[in-house]
Ligand binder design. Structure first.
Ligand code: HEC
Ligand code: HEC
Ligand code: HEC
Length: 281
């Protein structure tokens, strides 16, 4: 479901350009430039994430130790949480308003009373500051720093042997697909069969792109795997038959479109949409 949340954020984002924002809208803005210094390639370590883990560990550490009545460690985690929270608030100047140092101090004080009810109550104010920033910034940060960029990938077209950008390759694949379906619709089965060979070769060439980002071959079971192979075989069988069966033809076209194109788009394209919008600005 997380995926659909991201997708709907994207849709909302598109409309936000023309419509005024309402309380429940989400704007996916490019993260501030100063955040880059805490992520690769500028920083060797993903320092922002490491900082988040510190906040989370000390926040959680307070409650774990309160339950264990290990009060020395309650105090330690409470102090460290405040210290790290203050430190984090200075890392990205554009984000300083997300932090509420008073809420963090109030929580530390409440924790040090060693009264779990008081600590629980005070944690709400601090926790809200974490939640607000996550709700507004996490998707943007993932699109910017976690998703590799498809449009930097080059593909060599097996038909023309020309190297081209991934987007252009997609347009090429898309028109090859239409060569198959349009000719079939016109009853030109010979042309459709010829177009199918070209389309299949271009489609399977997409396998060469997976390893640009993935380190295991298992992923190739999807989109470009057995389902696609068998759909191509069935399409060729129909086109070479005395009298091709339209029902069978369109069923396999649908299968390719869904499990070959759409499923990959649903997994991989959302981040591309967002990245592209930022790059156009
Ligand atoms: C000013 C913005 C901001 C504030 C305030 C903030 N965070 Fe985060 N946090 C982020 C962003 C952005 C990410 C996503 C980082 C990423 O995935 O690269 C994140 C991710 C996290 C993660 C997940 C890390 C992971 O490994 O994926 C945890 C846990 C976390 N934050 C804890 C906290 C806690 C606890 C607080 C409050 C005490 C807090 N954060 C306050 C911005 C913020
Ligand atoms: C590896 C996963 C993957 C597969 C499989 C895939 N696509 Fe794509 N497609 C993408 C991504 C990612 C983009 C966005 C490209 C970018 O950002 O550079 C895209 C973009 C497109 C575009 C828009 C091109 C443009 O110029 O913006 C079209 C059209 C398209 N795909 C058609 C198809 C068709 C038709 C199929 C199936 C025959 C298919 N794709 C299979 C990942 C895939
Ligand atoms: C530009 C980088 C890129 C390319 C190229 C790419 N992927 Fe992915 N893919 C990702 C990222 C990032 C994820 C999210 C999870 C991860 O990192 O594995 C993902 C997720 C997936 C998943 C979901 C399961 C999983 O392992 O996380 C599958 C399946 C998948 N990709 C298949 C493919 C196939 C098949 C190809 C080639 C046809 C391909 N990908 C090409 C970046 C890419």
């Amino acid at each position: 479901m997380k995926f659909f949340r991201i997708l709907s954020c994207f849709i909302i984002f598109t409309f936000a350009v023309v419509l005024p924002t309402h309380a429940k809208d989400m704007v996916v803005k490019e993260p501030p430039k100063s955040l880059s210094q805490f992520y690769p390639p500028e920083s060797k370590e993903p320092k922002w994430i490491q900082q988040m883990h510190k906040l989370s560990t000390h926040f959680g550490g307070v409650f774990i130790n309160l339950k264990e009545k290990d009060f020395a460690n309650v105090d330690k985690h409470a102090d460290q949480l405040l210290e790290e929270y203050k430190k984090t608030s200075k890392m990205v100047p554009e984000w300083k308003d997300y932090f509420d140092i008073k809420a963090a101090e109030a929580f530390t004080q409440a924790a040090k009373t060693h009264d779990i009810a008081k600590a629980g109550k005070a944690s709400g104010g601090l926790g809200k500051t974490c939640g607000k920033c996550h709700a507004e910034q996490e998707v943007s940060v993932w699109a910017q720093f976690h998703w590799p960029r498809f449009h930097k990938i080059k593909v060599t077209d097996p038909i023309t042997e020309k190297e081209m950008g991934f987007d252009d390759y997609m347009s090429t694949i898309s028109s090859s697909f239409k060569g198959v379906t349009v000719n079939f619709g016109e009853g030109q089965y010979g042309r459709s069969a010829k177009a199918l060979k070209i389309f299949k070769s271009r489609f399977m060439e997409m396998k060469s792109t997976c390893s640009k980002c993935h380190t295991t071959d298992d992923v190739k079971l999807f989109y470009v795997g057995k389902i696609a192979e068998s759909a191509f075989d069935n399409l060729a069988k129909e086109l070479n038959a005395e009298k091709p069966n339209p029902g069978q033809f369109w069923k396999n076209v649908g299968l390719l479109g869904k499990t070959g194109c759409k499923h990959c788009h649903l997994t991989h394209r959302t981040a591309s949409f967002i990245q592209e919008t930022w790059e156009k600005e």
